[in-house]
Design a protein around this ligand. Structure first.
Ligand code: FES
Length: 565
């Protein structure tokens, strides 16, 4: 076992050891106990993060596993980010959580760590922190909620939050029905149960090799989640004894496997930003073109909402992420090391093929649900560094569309004017939202699924092309173009769009273009007044000064590792 436990410096090494020994007697431990592997349990349980309220028994199970294997578990807290309660957006604080995780893991006298997360930004933040701290680490997510139910229909958080809210605004359901639906949207402990950002990042953790096989899809309330937690506790002690660290597991090939999985399961667009950020911590660059190329090649085989029909509970019954990986094996790098201490090839040996009963949930690669394009990367004079769309969550007839731009200067401007009966807008127009990116908003909130103007909803319109420099929830849907880079607030071309301009979207050609001449574009650029905002003080100021653009993972420039460093 590699000696990792540094001692706080008091300018006298002997005294420092003497003092630590005295204080390490807390919890009743003896000096002998600390000769065993010390395992940090990074617990993000919080009552203001509803997806992390059930971690108590999970932490206990992990500790049991550590003790069984001869280690000493020491639980410690870090920041916990709950998606629905955090203002203005959890994305503003993902890097803060990653720094907290990295620095606490590095600063404490630990030989290894288990990271317990689940809600959207926590899994990527913890993986970013683990990558930089680079001591043996295993990710463990709290698991998805069980399905909700309304009038015989399965409900999913939070695709149905959006779907039914839109129906309510259009007048097809009333207050009483809306309240009844609201009661069942998030019915159990756990994270959102559609293939949104939380579920995607859980599956990504397995594909990267950082979580035990099968752990992602086990519902939060199933006994097997506690069994998996106990196994994780045992395994981290093994990982410490073998000195296997995240940088040995999260290789370039492992990231390619993770991208493949995102495409095969119709995962969240947010995962693109997170993967680029995690890889950046290890000096690995993941260009947007790589996502597009892998997206085109990879069969889309998991029938999961919002792009498909089922939710995490059904994926679990069908065999979870290992069953998808087994199906996808010819597309994966199989010799990548994982936290089991074995390769993906070895992990998949014991995984059963998908039973016929579950073939509507996980399709064979030879007869996929769709040919590819879980996520497509668009480029053009409106997005020189790329923009994303989920073609399978969009309306087919809008994937090639030319329309007149209706521009909103900011999220606040959009909120104030979108339902104005006098707004000059029709169903063929393209709604454009500026200044909602990493620097502009700040924090790149999930406002990219712009609401359809109420007057159009009442005419039966349910989708329009929408373009912005912000994100959308992984649970959202529609013909929504996101992550336009560079963003408007740093002078990206989105800042130059004016109401009445024609915009061309052609997903098959991967094109997103503003249909004005270069001369006019350059003229507007020359006249553009800098709108880059900067908070007066504090963390937000630091964030706006150092956050990178969407195609670069939105990490802080000073946290990214140089290539081959
Ligand atoms: Fe936590 Fe959706 S609110 S995962």
């Amino acid at each position: 076992m590699t000696e990792r436990r540094k001692v706080a410096s008091y300018g006298d090494a002997g005294f420092s050891q003497f003092l630590r020994k005295a204080f390490a007697r807390h919890l009743g431990h003896s000096t002998e106990d600390f000769k065993k592997p010390v395992i940090g349990i990074c617990n993000t349980e919080s009552e203001v993060n509803r997806c992390h309220t059930h971690f108590g028994p999970i932490v206990e199970a992990i500790k049991r596993g550590v003790l069984m294997e001869g280690g000493i578990p020491l639980e410690f807290p870090t920041i916990s980010l709950g998606e629905s309660f955090t203002t203005p957006t959890t994305m503003l604080f993902r890097n803060l959580a990653a720094m907290d995780t990295e620095e606490m893991v590095r600063a404490q006298p630990l030989d290894g760590v288990v990271l317990i997360g689940g809600c959207d930004k926590m899994t990527p933040a913890q993986l970013m922190g683990a990558a930089s701290a680079d001591i043996p680490a295993i990710m463990f997510t709290g698991g998805p909620m069980g399905n909700g139910e309304y009038q015989g229909q399965t409900l999913g958080a939070c695709s149905d939050c959006r779907f039914f809210w839109q129906e309510y605004r259009s007048g097809t359901i009333n207050d009483e029905q809306l309240e009844e639906i609201n009661e069942s949207l998030a019915p159990t402990a756990g994270h959102c149960m559609v293939m949104g950002s939380a579920s995607t990042m859980a599956v990504v953790s397995e594909a990267l090799g950082m979580m035990l096989p099968g752990a992602a899809a086990i519902p939060a309330t199933e006994n097997k989640r506690l069994a998996a937690a106990q196994e994780t506790g045992k395994q981290i002690v093994q990982l410490v004894s073998k000195d296997i660290t995240p940088s040995q597991i999260m290789t370039r090939e492992a990231f390619e496997n993770a991208i493949r999985m995102i495409m095969a399961i119709g995962g969240s667009t947010n995962a693109v930003i997170h993967l680029v950020a995690i890889a950046g911590r290890l000096g690995i660059k993941l260009p947007m073109d790589l996502f597009d190329q892998i997206g085109k090649e990879t069969p889309f085989i998991a029938n999961l909402r919002p792009a498909g029909k089922y939710q995490m509970q059904e994926l679990y019954y069908a065999g979870g992420a290992p069953a998808v990986m087994k199906e996808l094996k010819d597309y994966l790098h199989l010799d990548e090391l994982t936290v089991t201490g074995n390769t993906i090839r070895e992990n998949l040996q014991g995984v059963k093929a998908v039973s016929d009963v579950y073939r509507d949930i996980i399709y064979p690669v030879q007869q996929p649900l769709h040919k590819g394009e879980g996520i497509a990367v668009l480029k053009g004079n409106l997005a020189p560094n790329g923009a994303l769309i989920k073609p399978k969550a969009a309306s087919k007839d809008l994937l090639k569309h030319k329309g007149r731009a209706v521009v909103f200067f900011s999220i606040q401007d959009m909120e104030e004017r979108i339902d104005d009966p006098d707004l000059d807008v029709n169903k063929d127009d393209i709604l454009v939202l500026k200044n909602a990116g990493p620097v502009g908003a700040p924090g790149m909130p999930e406002a990219g699924m712009l609401p359809i103007p109420e007057k159009l909803l009442k005419q039966g319109v349910r989708d329009m092309v929408r373009i912005s420099d912000c994100r959308m929830s992984g649970t959202a849907f529609g013909t929504v173009v996101l992550h336009v880079a560079p963003e408007a607030a740093v002078g990206g071309p989105l800042a130059l769009v004016e109401t009445g301009d024609m915009i061309e979207l052609d997903v098959e050609a991967r094109k997103l273009a503003l249909d004005i001449s270069d001369t006019e574009l350059n003229q507007r650029k020359a006249n553009l007044k800098s709108v880059r905002p900067l908070a007066e003080r504090g963390y937000t100021r630091l964030y706006q000064q150092h956050v990178l653009q969407a195609d670069e993972g939105c990490d802080f420039d000073f946290l990214v590792k140089a290539e081959n460093e």
